[in-house]
Design a binder for this molecule. Structure first.
Ligand SMILES: O=c1ccn([C@@H]2O[C@H](COP(=O)(O)O)[C@@H](O)[C@H]2O)c(=O)[nH]1
Length: 270
């Protein structure tokens, strides 16, 4: 099944637009787990088991694994999802972007080594840097557009012929890069006005939206700004607010409760 179909099926099956971000910080793992690759994998498995029926996607962020040499725990976490909950798409957050020959290797890393369904990329280097990902028609390519962080405006809002650069990125992705219908855009939940502007430009292109929870994005404003006519179109990520809802042995149960709360809040405004 192609990525877009898998995502649409997951939205519908779990009646959820929530993506749980797998950002396992060894320093924040519950005390009863080891602060190494084995502890990270046990943590992720428990979070996944506790939330799989409440989400439309998982988004592991590669930095949390690579920083402590736990790439194998990343591969095994994704394999765990694919084996036990194969209907839930996995978006590897790696924000890749390089010349074509190197991008080829990044595409192999994301889609073959880690077996992710989709990967985030940075569009700054242009179409040839994205092409090795775009060519994989069955896989999703999630392009940074207007990010959630405070410095997002520094470059993304630069004026290009009277329009902010992020709008040019959005239009290029929707009209040129999406020939295989496998693209998404990253829009920060912290900027609902910009989410609405991009939604008006790109039709039903799905958005990956980080920035609720720990970064304080307003869920009601975000959903009203970014939903599509059928009440979907959004993959709304929360990582820390869910993963670290409790630092005790009940961490998975607490993560489930936070995930359910977020799903229900989002669904109230769809
Ligand atoms: O614009 C962006 C793009 C990616 N991220 C990533 O999403 C999560 C957010 O984590 P929270 O704990 O829910 O704040 C994290 O992996 C970021 O690297 C983003 O925040 N903003």
């Amino acid at each position: 099944m192609r990525f877009a179909e898998k995502l649409a099926a997951a939205w519908a099956a779990n009646d959820s637009l929530v993506c749980v971000g797998l950002d396992p910080d060894p320093q924040r793992l519950p005390a009863h787990l080891s602060r190494d690759a084995a502890g990270i994998l046990a943590f992720n498995r428990a979070i996944i088991d506790a939330t799989h029926d409440l989400v439309c996607a998982y988004k592991p962020q590669i930095a949390y694994f690579a920083a402590c040499g736990a790439e194998e725990a990343l591969r095994e976490s994704i394999a765990y999802i694919r084996c036990n909950y194969p209907a839930i798409p996995v978006i590897l957050d790696a924000k890749r972007g390089d010349i074509g020959s190197t991008a080829e290797q990044y595409a192999v890393e994301a889609f073959d080594r880690y077996a992710a369904d989709a990967v985030t990329i940075n569009p700054y280097m242009g179409h040839d840097s994205a092409e090795p990902f775009l060519r994989r028609a069955d896989k999703g390519v999630v392009v940074l557009c207007r990010t959630s962080n405070p410095g997002a405006a520094d470059f993304q809002d630069l004026d290009v012929d009277g329009r902010p650069l992020y709008e040019i990125v959005a239009e290029n992705v929707a009209r040129k890069w999406n020939a295989n219908n496998n693209c998404m855009l990253v829009l920060g939940a912290t900027w609902p006005e910009q989410v609405a502007r991009v939604r008006a430009l790109v039709g039903d292109l799905p958005f990956l939206v980080p920035g609720v929870g720990a970064q304080g994005g307003d869920v009601e404003k975000l959903v009203r700004a970014g939903r599509t006519a059928d009440g979907a179109g959004l993959v709304i990520n929360s990582s820390r607010a869910i993963l670290y809802a409790s630092s005790g042995e009940d961490f998975a149960e607490a993560a489930r409760n936070e995930t359910r709360k977020l799903r229900d809040l989002i669904n109230a405004y769809r």
